[in-house]
Design a protein around this ligand. Structure first.
Ligand code: OGA
Ligand code: NI
Length: 282
């Protein structure tokens, strides 16, 4: 955890610097992706000494985003016809991580990406961004990359239909929270895990970040990851003869470690994706 600048997305180095910290310190994850290896690795935060107030501000922000994430999970659960707390158990020892992204100006913006195309491995991601812009989402109907316009004091959230929702301030300090919901285009929130849990009632969408030659850009995603021991699979309540499970179950911790390993080196193959767990004859 802490500062680093060498992350790769799909084998290409991202044009960015990041500072990562865990919401729960320490956090335990599997030591390796091998299924039979039971060893755990302890992850801890590395805080800089300066500026002195940095740590406390980051932690306060993270706590509020954590509350928002639970609220959103409850709403999603209700929208699936399930009890509000249906997902909570999966997050008891969550492995959530907050990232401060810094995208420096790039002399050749056509040749680089701030973050290459990807889907977040989280159940949900709460993304704050500044007014520079650069985030794009891939529209499913025609594969076109659509910019996500920054709106002040908003978080980016991804759900199904073309709707925009305004919510009153339930988040301390951030005034009005405006959930930007851009239908089948949208982006960053309800990602792979939700796609599996909901047996594809919620879809995750690919996104990427483009850079520009003039302005630096900052963004703050909080990745709400479940506990490492969670076995992710379509929820039983949502599976029946008409809607058979579309995914095999996978262990979140092992998946997470496999994904992370491949983020820092060039590989011969694309890194692991949830499609690897898709049941093929559906
Ligand atoms: C990410 C990401 C989007 C952004 O870090 O996974 O998609 O706008 N970031 O920085
Ligand atoms: Ni992302």
């Amino acid at each position: 955890m802490g500062y680093h600048d060498s992350e790769h997305t799909k084998n290409v180095r991202d044009w960015k610097e990041v500072f990562d910290f865990l919401l729960q310190d320490p956090t335990f994850v599997p030591a390796s992706p091998e299924p039979e290896d039971k060893e755990m690795r302890k992850l801890t935060n590395q805080w800089p000494e300066n500026p002195p107030e940095f740590r406390a501000i980051c932690q306060e922000y993270a706590q509020e985003v954590e509350k928002l994430s639970y609220k959103l999970l409850e709403l999603i659960s209700l929208s699936l016809g399930l009890p509000a707390d249906r997902f909570n158990g999966y997050f008891k020892d969550h492995t959530a991580m907050l990232r401060l992204n810094y995208y420096p100006p790039c002399p050749c913006p056509d040749l680089a990406l701030g973050v290459g195309r990807h889907k977040d491995a989280s159940a949900l991601t709460v993304l704050a961004q500044d007014d520079v812009g650069g985030l794009q989402v891939k529209r499913k109907s025609d594969g076109e990359w659509i910019p996500v316009k920054p709106i002040p004091n908003t978080f980016i959230i991804n759900v199904g239909d073309t709707i925009q929702v305004t919510m009153d301030s339930f988040l301390l300090n951030f005034g009005q929270v405006f959930l930007q919901l851009l239908g089948d285009t949208f982006s960053n929130l309800f990602h792979d895990i939700l796609k599996v849990w909901s047996n594809e009632l919620y879809e995750s969408v690919e996104h990427r970040v483009v850079v520009n030659s003039e302005r630096e850009r900052f963004s703050i995603p909080t990745f709400f990851f479940p506990s490492h021991c969670v076995m992710v699979k379509p929820l039983e309540e949502l599976v029946n003869e008409q809607n058979p499970a579309k995914y095999k179950e996978y262990n979140f911790g092992k998946f997470f470690v496999a994904r992370n390993r491949s983020d820092y080196k060039k590989l011969q193959v694309e890194n692991i994706q949830i499609d690897h767990f898709k049941i093929s004859n559906n």
